[in-house]
Design a protein around this ligand. Structure first.
Ligand code: FNR
Length: 195
């Protein structure tokens, strides 16, 4: 199973980027074919339809293709003001916008429809960014993704990782693994029906 993992943060010491690294390693150990991307590696401007009319940026096309090629995704989202960050919204808005004049990409949801998506979050706060997940969920459903019912919000993220980026508490590792396992399980079954 091809799994795409990414975090909604570009911060150097981001807890969600750390969580994404842990997730990717666990999924690889479970036998998944994992692609772990950093959104910072993609040159994606703030969405503007006038800009888009001049041509969809090359890195948006790269993202569309990558997302299309992976039946399963896991997103690690920070929480900003009880929701998910603009970085994620902007990225997913670009990805879901039809590419004018390109018959291969006139269907805006081509790269998102039928994906099985697991959501994790991490925050220094006690709730672990749980509220970001409840805002991200309707967006993903609008993109016609299958949202995995199992999720995990890592609270107290400031002390959750050791210096090597390992999740210190076995219970935290178990929660992440449970999401990974469910996403891979569901993606295996839903892939033929993904359309
Ligand atoms: C935050 N943060 C935050 N945390 C939280 O648990 N609930 C919240 O509503 C918010 N709101 C919020 C708004 C803004 C504008 C910022 C910049 C930050 C704190 C946030 O969780 C913290 O900065 C994390 O470290 C961000 O995630 P990364 O970059 O570490 O992955």
């Amino acid at each position: 199973m091809k799994l795409l993992v990414f975090a909604g943060s570009t911060r150097q010491n981001s807890f969600n980027r750390k969580l994404a690294r842990v997730t990717a390693a666990m999924a690889t150990a479970s036998g998944a074919n994992v692609t772990h991307i950093e959104i910072a590696d993609f040159d994606v401007p703030m969405y503007n339809a006038d800009l888009e009319a001049q041509g969809t940026p090359a890195d948006v096309m790269r993202l569309k293709q990558l997302m299309h090629d992976h039946p399963a995704w896991i997103i690690c989202t920070p929480e900003y003001n009880a929701s998910y960050p603009a970085l994620l919204k902007n990225t997913l808005d670009w990805v879901s916008s039809p590419v004018k004049g390109n018959p291969e990409w006139t269907d805006g949801f081509k790269s998102t429809r039928g994906k099985v998506v697991g959501v994790l979050s991490a925050s220094p706060g006690a709730l672990g960014g749980l509220r970001s997940q409840s805002h991200l969920a309707p967006l993903l459903i609008n993109l016609e993704c299958w949202l995995a019912p199992r999720a995990f919000a890592l609270g107290g993220a400031g002390t959750a990782f050791d210096d090597s980026g390992t999740l210190v508490q076995p219970a935290h590792r178990d929660r992440v693994r449970a999401v990974v396992d469910q996403v891979l399980w569901a993606a295996e079954r839903l892939q033929p029906a993904a359309g």
